[in-house]
Design a binder for this molecule. Structure first.
Ligand code: ADP
Ligand code: FBP
Ligand code: MG
Length: 328
C-alpha cells in the first residue's frame, strides 16, 4: 500500500532530557515549515500523546531555544505507554489531529515505544537520538553526550584539586544507565587514574595494586571514574569493597548526578542536533519510516529502529586500552 502524503507531523521529546534536544526541535520545525508541513509539538513525550497535549508549532515558536538545555516541550517517562490501552489512547489523539507521521527525539526506550506503536497503529515514525548516554547503535554520538562529558570533565577538574591537596582517593560516579561511554570519555578527558565501566571486566585486586604502585612511585592521589551502571553498584559499591584496605588514602565518593543532564549544549551538540533534526524531516519526506537518523563518520545515515534498539554499541576496546596506558 502506498503511503499517505505527509502534510502534518508531530514532534516530541521523551525519556531523559538531553542538552541539544531544543536545537533538534528547532531544526525539525524549521525544516518542516520550509517544506510547508504543519507541525504539532506534543508535550511531555508519550504522556502528552496519551492526554492529547498537542500545540501547533510555527517557525517563530522555536526562536531563541538553540542555546537552551532541557526541552521546551518537556519530557516524561510514561508507564501508560507501555500498555496497549495507553497506546490506543495516544493513537486516537494522533488521528484526531490528522497526524501523518511523528518525529521522536529520545533514547532507546523512546525508539522501542515508537516501533511498537507504529506496528500497532500504522503511523510512521522517525527517531532522533537524544540521550546523554550515547547508548544507541546507528550514530557515532547521541545528542547531549558531548555536553554531559564536558560537564563531567569540568567537575572532575575541580575534584582533582582536593584529591591533590589532601592526597586522597576519589571515586567519581558519572551517569550512564547501562553504558560506560560518559565514564570512558570523562576519564580520558580529565586524565583520571582509572575508569570502571560495565563493558569491561573489573578486577578489584588489580585496581588496589595500581593504587599501591602509584603510591610507591610518588603519585599520592587518584581519581577513579565509575559508570553509574557498573554492576558492582556504581562508585559507592566499589568504594565500599576496598575502602578498608585503602583507609590511608581517605577514599571519598562523589556522584555528579543530574548536573550532567543540564546546561547549554556544546557546539558539537548544537551541530549534531541541527543536522539530525533537519535530516529527520527530509528522510520522512523521502519515504523512510521507522528508522533513526544518525551521524556515522560525519555522514547522515539511517538505521532501522530494530537495529538501533537491539544492536549493541560498545566503547572501542582500543580507547579503553588507551585510557589505561595514558594513566601510567
Ligand atoms: N517496551 C516499551 N513499550 C512501550 N513503550 C516503551 C517501551 N520502552 C520504553 N517505552 C517508552 O519510552 C519512554 C522513554 O524511555 P526511557 O527508557 O525512559 O528513555 P530513553 O528514551 O531516553 O531511553 C518510556 O517512559 C516509555 O513510555
Ligand atoms: O533522571 P532519572 O529519571 O532518574 O534517570 C536517570 C537516567 O537517565 C539518564 O541520565 C539518561 O538516560 P535516558 O536518556 O535513557 O533517559 C541515565 O544516564 C540515568 O541512568
Ligand atoms: Mg535510554
Amino acid at each position: 500500500m502506498e503511503r499517505k502524503d505527509i502534510r502534518r507531523i508531530a514532534v516530541f521529546t521523551s525519556g531523559g532530557d538531553a542538552p541539544g534536544m531544543n536545537a533538534a526541535l528547532r531544526a525539525v520545525v524549521r525544516t518542516a515549515a520550509w517544506n510547508k508541513l504543519h507541525v504539532y509539538g506534543i508535550e511531555r513525550g508519550y504522556e502528552g500523546m496519551i492526554d492529547g497535549h498537542f500545540k501547533r508549532l510555527e517557525r517563530r515558536d522555536v526562536a531563541n531555544i538553540i542555546q537552551r538545555g532541557g526541552t521546551v516541550l518537556r519530557t516524561a517517562r510514561s508507564m501508560r505507554f507501555m500498555t496497549p490501552e495507553g497506546r490506543a489512547m495516544a493513537a486516537d489523539h494522533l488521528r484526531a489531529y490528522d497526524i501523518d507521521a511523528c518525529i521522536a527525539i529520545g533514547g532507546n526506550g523512546t525508539f522501542t515505544g515508537a516501533k511498537i506503536f507504529s506496528e500497532e497503529h500504522g503511523i510512521p515514525f522517525i527517531g532522533v537520538p537524544g540521550t546523554i548516554d550515547n547508548d544507541l547503535y546507528g550514530t557515532d554520538y547521541t545528542i547531549g553526550f558531548d555536553t554531559a562529558v564536558n560537564t563531567a570533565i569540568e567537575a572532575v577538574d575541580k575534584i582533582r584539586d582536593t584529591a591533590d591537596s589532601h592526597n586522597r582517593l576519589f571515586f567519581v560516579e558519572v551517569m550512564g544507565r547501562h553504558s560506560g561511554y560518559i565514564a570512558l570519555y570523562t576519564a580520558i578527558g580529565s586524565g583520571a587514574s582509572s575508569v570502571l565501566i560495565p563493558e569491561a571486566e573489573t578486577d578489584l585486586e588489580e585496581l588496589k595494586a595500581v593504587f599501591r604502585k602509584n603510591k610507591a612511585r610518588g603519585k599520592l592521589f587518584s581519581v577513579v571514574i565509575v559508570a553509574e551502571g557498573h554492576p558492582m553498584g556504581g562508585a559507592a559499591g566499589i568504594a565500599a569493597q576496598i575502602k578498608d584496605e585503602l583507609a590511608s588514602m581517605e577514599p571519598k565518593v562523589t556522584v555528579i548526578g543530574h548536573m550532567q543532564r543540564g546546561g547549554a549544549p556544546t557546539a558539537a551538540d548544537r551541530m549534531l542536533a541541527s543536522r539530525l533534526g533537519h535530516a529527520a524531516v527530509n528522510r520522512l519526506l523521502l519515504g523512510e519510516e521507522n528508522v533513526a537518523v544518525g551521524v556515522i563518520s560525519n555522514e547522515v545515515e539511517t538505521t532501522s529502529f530494530d537495529d538501533a534498539i537491539h544492536k549493541e554499541k560498545k566503547p572501542k576496546s582500543s580507547l579503553i586500552e588507551m585510557a589505561s596506558i595514558l594513566s601510567i
